[in-house]
Design a protein around this ligand. Structure first.
Ligand code: KG4
Ligand code: ZN
Length: 333
């Protein structure tokens, strides 16, 4: 079964062809990094305009690289939400137009479910049940997946998403956008123990996350000690990254142990971070947990993950009608 995936929820325009929900025939991602970099963050109006300009060539490229024609496809999957409404609409409109022209089955995919399905594009996909930590620019959430296509929200951020915190602190440090990769690069030269950032403790023991305390502490520190030397910027980057990683790893592993779930999935843009990947791997090994982490390129936004999730939904008999609409606040449940 060949599924074309289309993703345009934020600032990447992406298309991919995936066979049997497991094998990637092509995955094309057109990043808008250069469009938004001068503004230090994603400008929604510019994002949707750029999606409009590149989405048709991106889809054509994905088909050409996969060596398939529209007639060789068995279905079309598109990100329906959550995300920026103008951006989502571009992908949804093209997916509907293609479904109408070809008569192919169409399915709408939740972007967060897409991130989780990136784990099924690895050589050793997870078995159910598992706990999935989805850490991206817009979301930080821990889901329990007891069975295929079923999700239960276990915990989430009470303020910023982890990626958002990376982006904001990178901006404070003058490291540019997107912040995550910039902090990771800068942190390599820094000391992770240089600054003791506060880690929020939930009084109710909930497996929720909070990054605003770390972010505010970073902001105060930068203001108090400005201008920072290159060495100080590296130390703050390394210490900030270590604090975020510690919070993510601690809460995730604790939730898994408490629930008796033996398998973990780590995914979403922030899961491209090597320090996070290594720390969770070490902790999982210590606790005897099985960890599944997609390659960094499949952790950040892409359409192969959307095609994979769409394939599972199409195989389960799900079909969207041509009045499928973008849903910016779509929740995963
Ligand atoms: O999943 P994603 O590509 O888009 C959303 O769905 O939001 O995640 C983007 C987020 C951004 O905040 C970016 O700074 C962060 O992921 N990110 C990273 C790294 N690569 C991307 N954060 C930390 N370390 C990285 N290497
Ligand atoms: Zn994402």
């Amino acid at each position: 079964m060949n599924v074309l995936g289309i993703e345009s929820s934020c600032d990447e325009t992406a298309a991919a062809v995936v066979t049997d929900g497991r094998r990637i025939l092509s995955s094309v991602v057109a990043s808008q990094e250069l469009v938004h970099a001068p503004y230090g963050g994603v400008v929604p109006e510019l994002a949707s305009r750029r999606h409009l300009e590149v989405i048709v060539p991106v889809v054509e490229d994905a088909l050409a690289r996969a060596g398939v024609k529209l007639g060789d496809l068995d279905g079309i999957a598109v990100t329906q939400g959550p995300g920026l409404v103008g951006s989502l609409l571009v992908g949804c409109s093209l997916a509907k137009a293609l479904a109408w022209v070809t008569g192919l089955p169409l399915v709408g995919v939740n972007h967060l479910e897409g991130h989780i399905f990136a784990a099924f594009l690895t050589p050793l996909p997870p078995e159910y049940p598992f706990l999935a930590l989805v850490v991206s620019g817009g979301h930080t959430a821990l889901y329990h997946a007891p069975a295929p296509l079923r999700y239960e929200l276990v915990g989430q951020t009470r303020d910023d998403a982890a990626g958002e915190a990376f982006d904001k602190v990178a901006k404070l440090l003058g490291l540019g956008y997107p912040g995550g990769p910039a902090i990771e690069r800068t942190a390599r030269a820094g000391n992770p123990a240089a600054v003791a950032f506060p880690l929020a403790q939930m009084t109710d023991q909930a497996p929720d996350f909070s990054f605003s305390g770390i972010k505010t502490a970073a902001s105060l520190l930068v203001r108090r000690t400005a201008p920072l030397s290159a060495a100080a910027v590296a130390d703050v980057s390394a210490s900030f990254q270590a604090a975020v990683v510690k919070m993510l790893v601690r809460k995730t592993v604790r939730a898994a142990v408490r629930r008796g779930v033996r398998r973990l999935v780590l995914t979403g843009g922030v899961a491209a971070n090597q320090a996070l990947r290594e720390a969770l791997a070490a902790e999982a090994q210590e606790r005897g947990l099985e960890l599944h982490v997609p390659t960094p390129g499949l952790c950040t936004d892409n359409a192969a993950m959307i095609a994979a999730a769409g394939a599972a939904r199409l195989a389960a008999g799900e079909r969207a009608s041509l009045d499928l609409n973008a849903r910016p606040d779509l929740v995963l449940a």
